[in-house]
Design a protein around this ligand. Structure first.
Ligand SMILES: Cc1cc2nc3c(=O)[nH]c(=O)nc-3n(C[C@H](O)[C@H](O)[C@H](O)COP(=O)(O)O)c2cc1C
Length: 318
């Protein structure tokens, strides 16, 4: 039995990553109903908004779902209290130190996974006592590691330092990529970009349409001095890029970024002024699909490629 499926009590080892302005109760419940694990993205919610989404998610699915909490969240105590009160069974923490909250959450019966971008931080997760690790490579949408380690290099490196259940993230959007991630040592996958562009995602239609017309090279990892973020090339990203290439200070960049940019871009669909976060893998997709269609395609794609690879004519034995 797959360790991720056993840990989270789900049918397929496919996690829908928590995503600011995309993953509310509609997306999370649709993924959980389809046999994966849906995560509410608390990073863009006020604490009481999160409570509302948790309650709506509970009415929309009787399957397990979880919450993603970026640990730099300002009202984090309040957020964690709501998660405990509402008896959410699973939490995925990111962007911070896994030691801060893991034992508190586990003592409340919550399973904890933490997102890392290096094997060094994967070891810290083990010390912190998490139940699973998400290793997220450079290709991924959203905030990212500074070292630019690709998923292809990161997964085997993390597998070497830990025996914990491992989820691969970054650049995974097809059944073939799931197969590749499992071959590298992952027990399952976390997918963001493809679900961000689904029918059930709360991202603005302008954002989805733009992201579904990208080619390779149309996103870049910027804002390394603040928090490295993969952005679609746009008027706003060009401003940031120019500032960075003339050596702008952290303060200057912070001012340029201002507040609410991700909301403006992803949720309000302002393609010029907003921060447009999406992964490299977006260039493979051209239309808005329902979560059910995506899940079916992922599972069928996985089994087709698995059969094809088993054919020795494609790669003769030694
Ligand atoms: C629009 C967007 C917003 C994201 N927001 C978050 C977030 O709030 N917290 C988090 O841990 N990861 C966030 N991520 C990362 C995803 O959870 C996931 O790990 C990543 O998208 C996987 O790589 P992929 O985009 O190649 O599928 C975001 C990704 C995208 C595309």
């Amino acid at each position: 039995m797959n360790r991720i499926c056993t840990l989270f009590k789900i049918k397929y080892p496919i996690i829908q990553g928590g995503m600011v302005w995309c993953s509310g109760w509609r997306l999370a419940s649709a993924v959980s109903n389809a046999g994966g694990l849906g995560l509410l993205g608390a990073g863009s919610m006020h604490p009481e908004t999160l409570r509302e989404h948790i309650q709506k998610c509970k009415s929309a699915t009787n399957k397990p779902f979880g919450v993603n909490v970026p640990l730099m969240y300002p009202d984090i105590d309040q957020l964690m209290q709501i998660i405990v009160e509402e008896k959410v069974p699973i939490i995925f923490t990111s962007a911070g130190n896994p030691k801060t909250w893991t034992s508190y959450l586990k003592s409340n019966g919550i399973s904890v996974a933490h997102v890392v971008s290096s094997s060094k931080f994967a070891s810290k997760c083990e010390e912190a006592g998490v139940d699973a690790i998400v290793a997220e490579g450079f290709e991924a949408g959203g905030h990212n590691g500074r070292e630019e380690t690709t998923t292809l290099c990161l997964i085997p490196a993390v597998r070497r330092v830990t025996t914990l259940p491992l989820l691969a993230a970054g650049g995974i959007g097809t059944g073939e990529a799931i197969m590749a991630a499992m071959a590298l040592g992952a027990d399952g996958v976390q997918i963001g970009t493809r679900f961000a562009l689904s029918e059930e995602s709360s991202a603005h239609l302008n954002f989805k349409q733009l992201a579904l017309n990208l080619n390779e090279g149309d996103t870049k990892l910027l804002l390394k001095k603040l928090s490295p973020t993969r952005l679609i090339n746009s008027k706003f990203s060009t401003l940031i890029e120019e500032a960075e290439s003339r050596g702008a200070s952290t303060e200057e960049l912070r001012e340029l970024l201002g507040r609410g940019r991700a909301k403006k871009g992803i949720f309000e669909g302002n393609l010029e002024e907003g921060e447009l976060e999406i992964g490299q893998v977006s260039s493979l997709f051209r239309k808005i699909e329902s979560v059910d269609e995506i899940m079916r395609d992922l599972i069928e794609g996985y089994h087709l490629i698995r059969q094809k690879i088993q054919d020795d004519r494609l790669f003769p034995p030694a």
